[in-house]
Design a protein around this ligand. Structure first.
Ligand SMILES: *Cc1c(COP(=O)(O)O)cnc(C)c1O
Length: 365
C-alpha cells in the first residue's frame, strides 16, 4: 500500500460541498479582489489566532516582507533568524533592506537556540525572527526576554505552526507581528498562494495594509510606495470554509504523531524529534533523524512511502549566502541535521494502518 507524503485531494473530498459552494459564491458575487470574502477571512483568522488584526496578503513570503518593511528596517540593521528554515525567512530580511544574521538551532527541537541569538547580538541588531519549525514553537520565553533586554522587535514566522501554543499561549501573539502562509500544503492551506500578517498593534496593521495595497488605503491616494500583495477572494472563501476544521485537523496530526512516536521510539537508530514539555506541536511536518538518512529514504521510497527533506541545505550553507562565508563550526546543529533529517508522511487523514506500515518499514530497514 503506497503512503503519500500528504493528500490534499482526500481533505477536499471531506469538505467538497463547502469548498464548491465557496468558490461558486465568489464567482456569483464577482468578489475576486478584496471584498466581503477577504474581509470575513481576516476577521475569522484574527479571532482564531486571538489577535486584533489580520492583514491578508499574497503569500507567507510577502507577509515577512510586509512586517519588516512596516517595522522600518534600514540598511545596516541586523536581523537574527534561525539557520534552519525555508529561505523566505532570511531572504525577506535582505529584501526589506536589512542584513541577515543566522543563529544555530538548539540541537533537539529544530528551533532557534536562544543562547545563539544572544551571542549574535551586536549594537546594530534590531530584531529577531524565530521560526516555529515543523509546527513546534520556539522557546518564546527566552526569546522575548532577550528581545526586552536588548530592545529588539520579534516577528514570529508561523508559516508551519497554525494554532501551536507555547505555555498555553498561541504562537503569533508574542511578538510585534507574526506571519502565516496558507500555501496548499500548510496546516491551513488555500488552493493557490495565500498569506497573512497578524498583530495587536493597530498602527502597524494599518501600515502593513497600506504597504500591501500600493501604498494607500483609498484608491489613487498613495501615501507611500507599496507593493501589490493581495489575498484573492477565491482563496479567502476557501480558507474560510476550511478554518472551522483546523482544530480537528490539528488534533488528527497530533494523534498521528503519537503513533509515530510510540513506534519509532523503539527503534534504536531513529532519533524522534523532541517536543519541549511546555510546547504544543502541530506537526506540519513529522521529522526524524537517522545517521543513514539517504539509504532509509531510498528504502521507503522503493516501498511506495513518500518522504521529504526539509531542508537539504541549512540556510547559511546555501549558495545564496556564500557572501557571508559561513563555516560548518558556526552552525554545528543545523549542519548535522541537514544530513540526517527525514520528514515522514503526515496529514490529518493518514490512517493508523498507513502509520504502522511506515513504522514497520523503518524497523525492517
Ligand atoms: C511556507 C513558508 C514560508 C513562505 O510561505 P509562502 O506562502 O510559500 O510564501 C515562510 N516561512 C516558512 C517557515 C515556511 O514554511
Amino acid at each position: 500500500m503506497p503512503v503519500p507524503f500528504a493528500d490534499l485531494q482526500l481533505q477536499y473530498e471531506t469538505i467538497k460541498s463547502d469548498i464548491d459552494r465557496a468558490i461558486a459564491s465568489v464567482i456569483r458575487d464577482n468578489a475576486f479582489i478584496r471584498g466581503p470574502y477577504v474581509d470575513a477571512f481576516e476577521r475569522e483568522f484574527a479571532a482564531a489566532v486571538d489577535v486584533k488584526h489580520c492583514v491578508s496578503c499574497a503569500n507567507g513570503t510577502d507577509a515577512l516582507y510586509l512586517a519588516m518593511a512596516a517595522l522600518k528596517v534600514e540598511p545596516g540593521d541586523e536581523v537574527i533568524t534561525t539557520a534552519h528554515s525555508w529561505i523566505s525567512t532570511s531572504a525577506m530580511i535582505t529584501h526589506a533592506g536589512a542584513t541577515v544574521v543566522f543563529a544555530d538551532t538548539d540541537g533537539t527541537t529544530f528551533t532557534i537556540d536562544p543562547a545563539a541569538v544572544e551571542a549574535a547580538i551586536t549594537p546594530r541588531t534590531v530584531g529577531i525572527i524565530p521560526v516555529h519549525l515543523y509546527g513546534q514553537p520556539a522557546d518564546m520565553d527566552a526569546i522575548m526576554a532577550i528581545a526586552r533586554k536588548h530592545k529588539l522587535w520579534v516577528v514570529e514566522d508561523c508559516a508551519q505552526a497554525h494554532l501551536a501554543r507555547f505555555k498555553g499561549q498561541q504562537v503569533g501573539t508574542f511578538g510585534a507581528a507574526a506571519t502565516y502562509s496558507f500555501y496548499p500544503g500548510k496546516n491551513l492551506g488555500a488552493m493557490g498562494d495565500a498569506g497573512a500578517v497578524v498583530t495587536n498593534d493597530s498602527a502597524l496593521a494599518e501600515h502593513m495594509t497600506m504597504l500591501a495595497r500600493h501604498g494607500g488605503l483609498v484608491k489613487h491616494q498613495h501615501q507611500i510606495e507599496g507593493i501589490n500583495s493581495r489575498l484573492d477572494g477565491m482563496q479567502a472563501a476557501i480558507l474560510s470554509a476550511k478554518l472551522p476544521h483546523l482544530a480537528a485537523w490539528t488534533k488528527a496530526r497530533q494523534d498521528a504523531a503519537k503513533v509515530y512516536d510510540a513506534g519509532l521510539n523503539q527503534i534504536e537508530d531513529v532519533l524522534v524529534s523532541a517536543t519541549a514539555p511546555d510546547r504544543s506541536h502541530v506537526y506540519h511536518l513529522y521529522t526524524i533523524r537517522h545517521a543513514r538518512r539517504d539509504a532509509l529514504a531510498a528504502h521507503l521510497n522503493s516501498k511506495g512511502v513518500q518522504t521529504a527533506i526539509n531542508y537539504p541545505t541549512a540556510l547559511p550553507f546555501l549558495p545564496a549566502y556564500a557572501r557571508l562565508e559561513h563555516r560548518v563550526e558556526q552552525f554545528p546543529n543545523a549542519h548535522r541535521d541537514q544530513g540526517q533529517i527525514l520528514s515522514l508522511p503526515m496529514y490529518a487523514e493518514i490512517t493508523t494502518k498507513q502509520l504502522d506500515e511506515v513504522i514497520e518499514l523503518i524497523r525492517g530497514f
